[in-house]
Structures are given as C-alpha cells and as structure tokens.
Ligand binder design. Structure first.
Ligand code: ATP
Ligand code: ATP
Ligand code: MG
Ligand code: MG
Ligand code: MG
Ligand code: MG
Length: 259
C-alpha cells in the first residue's frame, strides 16, 4: 500500500471491460446531435428543413470519410449520420468505445470549424455536441435493411414535419397542428399538402425527402496516351447523393461500395 512501484499494470488493466465488436460484420456508427430541437431553435433553423444545416452535416460527414478510410458508406438525415465501416475493418482492433469516440469527436470538431462556411451571417451561440453508438450487422442484406429503415424514418418524419410546419405557418398553434395530424395516414397527409397548400410532396427537394448518402464513386476517365492508345484511368471520388437506397436497385448499381 502506498508504493506505486508495486502496482501491477495488468491488474489495473483487468478492470477495463471487453468492448471488441464481432469480427467480419459491418460496423455502423450512428451519431446524433444532442438536444438539436433546442439547438435548431436557438440558431433559427428554417423549419421543417434548413438546407445550410443539412449541408454542414454532409460536409462534416465527407470530412469524416476522408479521415477514416475504413468507412465505405454513410447516410445522413436531420441531426444524425450513420457511418458504415467495411466488414473486415481492424480500426482500433474493432474496440467500440475508441471507434465511436474518434468518429464523434472528429465530426463535432469539423461541424464547429465549418459553421462559418455554411452560416456566414449567424454566430454559433454555444457548442453543439453529438452522441454515438456502434451496432454490428452480420450480413450486407441486414445492413441494407438498416439503411432502408433510416431512410423510411426520414420520409415519415419529413412528411409529418412538412404538414406540421405548413399548418403552423398558416396560423395554427403547435398543439392545434399536432391535433390536426393525429392519426392521419400518409395518403391523408399528401392530400392535406396538395389541397390546402398546393404542395406536391414529390416535388420537394430530394435532400429533404431522401436524406444524403455519401460514398466513393468510381469515375472512369478515358485517357489516351501519346501513342494514341486508350489507357483507362479510374479515380475514386467522394459523392453526396440524395437517392433512393430502399430496395436493391441502388446497391445493384453500385456493387463496389459493399464489395
Ligand atoms: P436528442 O438529444 O434526444 O437527440 P433532439 O432534440 O436532438 O434530442 P432528435 O430526435 O434528434 O431530437 O431530432 C432532431 C431535431 O433537430 C429535429 O426535431 C429538428 O427539430 C431539429 N433539426 C435537425 N436538423 C434540422 C434541420 N436541418 N432543419 C431544421 N431542424 C432541424
Ligand atoms: P495516439 O493517437 O495513439 O494517442 P498520440 O500522438 O496522441 O497518438 P500519445 O501517446 O497520446 O500519442 O501522446 C500524446 C503526445 O502529444 C505526446 O507524446 C506529446 O508529444 C504531445 N503532447 C500532448 N500534450 C502536450 C503538451 N501539453 N505539450 C507538449 N506536447 C504535448
Ligand atoms: Mg439521441
Ligand atoms: Mg438529436
Ligand atoms: Mg436525431
Ligand atoms: Mg493521443
């Protein structure tokens, strides 16, 4: 007791708990803004969808993917982003707490550093922060179901929020708008938008309806050398797209993403 030189490091380390993620599974790190309901109000985000705020999220996600090479795909909506690590990743020997904390802190730092780019006229009034979690998906089929679930959530929330904010902007109180929408189905919400507000839901910007997918896209460039021979050159570029990722067609069109 009291003699530090006698402390066995192995004994101290034995209190750390195992948090290694299952090998050969797709690791998804989902981060989500903490109390962004308030953050979006304090910073006067346009409701229901503030486009600069979404672009700042996307830009931060792009920076994360440029920094951490094992991330092969990411999907973002509202104040959340899901980052998919390749199946055989050995990033931090697959220890969940290190992976989650590195991605969350990097994302938060970029979000703050880039704030001025997307909101040149708005002061960042206090520090935003994000939380994160890791989940393993054992097959690419289940991973695709996970991503489809996030996009369905985007669609349902966006449809509700579009109706809610149209009602509020037309003079209803928030609780009146909430009651008005209670129990309505998708079809009824679409009718409300077309009949009362002349809005065709499907004409709203895709970034609002579909969220944002970020991935490395192979760009085939045909290059001809000095002997006039075609030497195919392909480069990988990070792209942000607002496309349908529900079902198989996106994954069939981009077979290299999940390999
Ligand atoms: P928690 O800390 O539990 O995540 P939260 O307040 O962040 O709580 P969420 O369910 O994550 O709640 O929802 C995020 C909220 O942030 C949305 O309800 C919306 O009000 C707001 N928000 C996020 N992004 C935008 C945006 N681009 N435009 C307008 N509002 C946004
Ligand atoms: P890793 O990513 O594995 O943590 P690292 O480069 O951060 O790698 P650490 O073992 O965490 O390595 O050591 C932190 C390093 O940061 C130190 O070796 C030192 O060079 C530098 N450093 C941190 N704080 C200070 C400081 N206050 N003054 C000078 N150097 C510092
Ligand atoms: Mg949360
Ligand atoms: Mg949140
Ligand atoms: Mg959220
Ligand atoms: Mg260090």
């Amino acid at each position: 007791e009291g003699d530090i030189s006698k402390i066995n490091p192995e004994y101290i380390k034995s209190f750390q708990f195992e948090n290694t993620l299952m090998p050969s599974t797709w690791i998804v790190i989902r981060i989500d803004g903490c109390h962004f309901h308030r953050f979006s109000e304090v910073h006067e985000f346009e409701k229901p969808n503030d486009e600069p705020a979404l672009n700042l999220m996307n830009s931060s996600a792009v920076a994360v993917m440029e920094e951490f090479n094992d991330i092969v795909f990411s999907y973002g909506v509202s104040d959340e982003y899901s980052f998919v690590l390749k199946k055989d990743s050995s990033f931090y020997e697959r220890r969940a707490s290190e992976i989650v904390s590195a991605i969350v802190s990097f994302f938060s730092s970029v979000y703050v550093m880039k704030w001025k780019v997307y909101f040149p006229q708005k002061e960042l009034k206090y520090q935003p922060y994000f939380d994160g979690r890791a989940v393993c998906y054992p097959s690419c089929h289940i991973l695709q179901d996970y991503l489809a679930w996030r996009q369905v959530d985007c669609h349902i929330n966006n449809q509700y929020n579009t109706c809610f904010w149209m009602l509020v902007k037309s003079g209803k109180s928030k609780s009146e708008a909430q009651n008005h929408l209670k129990g309505t189905r998708a079809k009824e919400k679409n009718e409300l938008l077309t009949q009362c507000f002349a809005i065709d839901y499907n004409m709203l910007p895709a970034i609002f309806r579909q969220g944002s997918s970020v991935f490395w896209d192979k760009e085939e460039k045909i290059v001809i050398n000095e002997n006039e021979e075609v030497v195919g050159k392909s480069r990988k570029n990070l792209v942000v797209e607002h496309c349908n990722i529900i079902g198989n067609s996106f994954w069939k069109a981009h077979p290299t993403i999940l390999g």
